[in-house]
Each structure stands twice: as structure tokens, then as C-alpha cells.
Design a protein around this ligand. Structure first.
Ligand SMILES: Cc1cc2nc3c(=O)[nH]c(=O)nc-3n(C[C@H](O)[C@H](O)[C@H](O)COP(=O)(O)OP(=O)(O)OC[C@H]3O[C@@H](n4cnc5c(N)ncnc54)[C@H](O)[C@@H]3O)c2cc1C
Length: 381
């Protein structure tokens, strides 16, 4: 793209090679077997991608939303499941620690998370509190030099492998009395992955439920002050929503590329599909939609890098990109006929994977609520 810097172009090339060599060959297998590509994850650490937005002082790359989204797009083209796990680690855990934790906490947790020695997760959602995350009931109670934590966290990406969980808890009875902890799960008594969750898509990304039963977490692992969490959540949401949309852009682009290839190869009625105007229309519209998505997304990432993206813009991106990518993936299946519906092509997997992006990091309906609320409030000032 014309506005990518030389450094960003190089990053895209490195990620594309990595995706094609390390993720693509095993994507179908891991989807089918519902297994995690641990080897590739560790190699992401060697490439310096696991701390893409973190301070170089702690081993990070010190880059912004544009760079992180480039990685998501390139990985998302071939294996959205591995990309979701990468996102949970690098954006939901590492970036949250980078943005909100103290220097001592960063020193303690970031180097191993960034090298890939440790795997990170983020625990916000609960069985009864998803869209209404602020209503969460997992409680932390101060107890001498520790906090005692009790409760459950649902839908946690990387749960089964997480060495570190960036955990939101309730510490008071007012709705916004929420407090974050960086939880070192190793040898933590009372902590367990209580359920492995089997899903429609993103099957190479492990998802589980976490249970905390009288878990004692040291006070020094509390992030900021008691009650700071709502502020922490809001600070990270924009980059989360932009980067998850990058996965959808990758999926949509891969669908278009595959459709063009197939339309030039597959013959019916003595001609390749690309000769039929109905097929041409599908390809032209899909490709145009992808270009719109790309421009909107990277324009927003550039603005984020300049400190100019707000909650409304990030929600608009997150509303539009995953929705368009689902439509494009369904059209791509249609264009491939029976082969598209079969597992011979990755299209059905891409459609299943992308559907998650309309739910995770806030559902389409929640994005609509945020956009409308902000616009109406702004206009009434
Ligand atoms: C594969 C996967 C990975 C995930 N990873 C993580 C993770 O790592 N960490 C984490 O904390 N969470 C994670 N999540 C949780 C995710 O963020 C939630 O699923 C999401 O926020 C929606 O919450 P819910 O599933 O409880 O749905 P609900 O909130 O119960 O919503 C159900 C439906 O009601 C709609 N709805 C809700 N409220 C309103 C309203 N006021 N007006 C109109 N419609 C409404 C929703 O849009 C949705 O369609 C993950 C989820 C999945 C499926």
C-alpha cells in the first residue's frame, strides 16, 4: 500500500513468508484436530513478534497498531486460529501489561512473554457476563500481603497453555469497582482450567474456562490501584478492535485471491468460470469490498499510531470488517460450488473462523451501541 513505510513493507514480507512456511502447511490439520501450533508460536518469539507493541527495554519491538495489524493480516490469510492465539497473547496480555503495569511488573513479566518462553491470556468474560463485562463477579479480596480470588472466567483464549493471565476482578460493590491482576498461574493453588471449549471455528486456538478457588495472588501483582480496571479496559480496546479486524482483512483477501485463481481454472459449459458475467460480478464486488476494508482499517491504524483514534472509530472498523469478511467468505464458497463447501479448500474454515470476529472483542450489536451512543452524545453537547 502506498502509505506503508519501507519498514512496514519489510515486516509484511517477513510475516507472509513465516505464514506460508510455518502456519499454512499445518492449518488444516490443527483445525481438524483442534490442536495448537506451539512450534509456530515459539518461532514468533524468535522473530520478535510476540511483543510487537512493547517497549524494546523489555525485549519488545516498540511498534504500533499498523505494524500489529500487518502481522494479523498476513497470518490471518492462512490460519486465523493461530492468529487469534497470537492476538490474545500479544494484544490482550502483553500490550495490556505494557500499557498499564508498573516498571517492576513489566520487568518481571514481559521478557519471558516476549521471547515465547511464557504464553499469555486475558480473562475478562465470565459465564454470565459477556457484553456486560463490567458486571463481572469474579472477586478479589485483600488479605494481608495477598488478594484471595474466587470466580470463573469464560471463553479464555490460550487458557490451556497460559503461564500468565491478565485478570479482571471485582473488588467492590459499585459496578465500576474492578481491579486487574497479573496472575502467574504456575503452582497457583486453587487455579484450574475447568473446561476446554470446542468451537465452530478458530479451532487451532485453544479456548477454556478458568476457575479460581481461594487463589492467593501477591499484592504486588495488582495493576495500578484498586478500581482502576475500567480505565485499563478502555485503554486497550481500541487496538484490540483494530487488530482483530486485521484477521478479517486477511481472511477476506485470501478468499478473493482464491476466487480469482479458481475462476481462471475451473471450466463449465466449455469455458472457465471467469467468462461468466455473474462470476465476474462476484469477483469485482468482493475485491472492491476488500479494498474498502483495507483503506478504512489501515487509515484507522495510522490514526491510532498518531494518537487520534477514538472509541467510535475503532468500533466502526470492528463492526464493518468482520461482517464484510463473513459475507465475502460465504460468496467465495458459493463461487467454488461443491468444492467450496468441502474441506478440499480452506474457504469453509475461513468462514467458520471469521464468524468469531463478529462476536469476540465485542459483538456487532455492542459496536452499534457504542457508535450510536457516542455520536448522539457528541451531537447533544
Ligand atoms: C472463541 C472465543 C474467544 C474468546 N476469547 C476471549 C478472551 O481471550 N478473553 C475474554 O475475556 N473473552 C473472550 N471471549 C469472549 C467474548 O468477548 C464474548 O463472547 C463476547 O463479548 C460476547 O459475550 P457473550 O458471549 O457472553 O454474549 P452475550 O453478551 O450473552 O450476548 C448474546 C447476544 O446478545 C446481544 N446483546 C447483548 N447485550 C445487548 C444489548 N444491550 N443490546 C442488543 N444486543 C445485545 C449480543 O450482541 C449477542 O448477539 C471469547 C469468545 C470466543 C467465542
Amino acid at each position: 500500500m502506498w502509505y506503508f513505510s519501507e519498514e512496514e513493507r519489510q515486516l509484511a514480507d517477513v510475516c507472509r513468508d513465516f505464514a506460508n512456511n510455518e502456519l499454512a502447511p499445518l492449518a488444516e490439520k490443527h483445525d481438524h484436530e483442534e490442536t495448537f501450533n506451539m512450534t509456530a508460536f515459539k518461532k514468533m518469539g524468535e522473530l520478535g513478534l510476540l511483543g510487537i507493541t512493547a517497549d524494546p527495554k523489555f525485549g519488545g519491538s516498540g511498534l504500533g497498531a499498523t505494524a500489529a495489524t500487518i502481522v494479523m493480516e498476513e497470518f490471518g490469510k492462512v490460519c486465523a486460529g493461530s492468529t487469534l492465539s497470537y492476538l490474545a497473547h500479544s494484544m490482550l496480555c502483553v500490550n495490556n501489561i505494557s500499557t498499564n503495569a508498573s516498571e517492576e511488573q513489566k520487568e518481571k513479566y514481559l521478557p519471558k512473554l516476549i521471547s515465547g518462553e511464557h504464553i499469555g491470556a486475558m480473562g475478562m468474560s465470565e459465564p454470565g457476563y459477556g457484553s456486560d463485562a463490567v458486571g463481572m463477579q469474579c472477586r478479589a479480596k485483600a488479605d494481608g500481603d495477598f488478594y484471595t480470588i474466587n470466580g470463573n472466567k469464560m471463553w479464555i483464549t490460550n487458557a490451556q497453555y497460559a503461564d500468565v493471565v491478565y485478570l479482571y476482578t471485582r473488588t467492590g460493590d459499585n459496578k465500576k469497582d474492578l481491579t486487574t491482576f497479573i496472575v502467574d498461574t504456575k503452582n497457583l493453588e486453587g487455579y484450574s482450567v475447568s473446561k476446554e471449549i470446542h468451537k465452530m471455528g478458530m479451532r487451532s486456538s485453544p479456548t477454556g474456562e478458568l476457575t479460581f478457588e481461594n487463589c492467593k495472588v501477591p499484592k504486588e501483582d495488582r495493576v495500578g490501584q484498586e478500581g482502576d480496571s475500567v480505565h485499563h479496559m478502555m485503554r486497550n480496546l481500541e487496538i484490540e478492535r483494530l487488530t482483530i479486524s486485521g484477521i478479517s482483512l486477511g481472511i477476506a483477501q485470501a478468499c478473493v485471491d482464491q476466487c480469482i485463481k479458481y475462476a481462471n481454472e475451473r471450466e463449465q459449459f466449455g469455458k472457465t468460470l471467469g467468462n461468466f458475467q455473474l462470476i465476474q460480478k462476484m469477483i469485482a464486488e468482493m475485491a472492491t469490498e476488500v479494498e474498502m476494508m483495507r483503506t478504512f482499517l489501515y487509515d484507522s491504524c495510522k490514526l491510532w499510531d498518531e494518537g487520534k483514534v477514538d472509541n467510535t472509530r475503532a468500533a466502526m472498523v470492528k463492526l464493518q470488517l468482520p461482517k464484510m469478511a463473513t459475507k465475502i467468505a460465504l460468496d467465495a464458497i458459493q463461487l467454488h460450488g461443491g468444492y467450496g463447501y468441502s474441506r478440499e479448500f480452506p474457504l469453509e474454515r475461513m468462514m467458520r473462523d471469521n464468524k468469531l470476529n463478529e462476536i469476540g472483542a465485542g459483538t456487532n450489536e455492542v459496536m452499534i451501541m457504542i457508535i450510536a451512543k457516542n455520536l448522539l452524545k457528541e451531537a447533544s453537547k
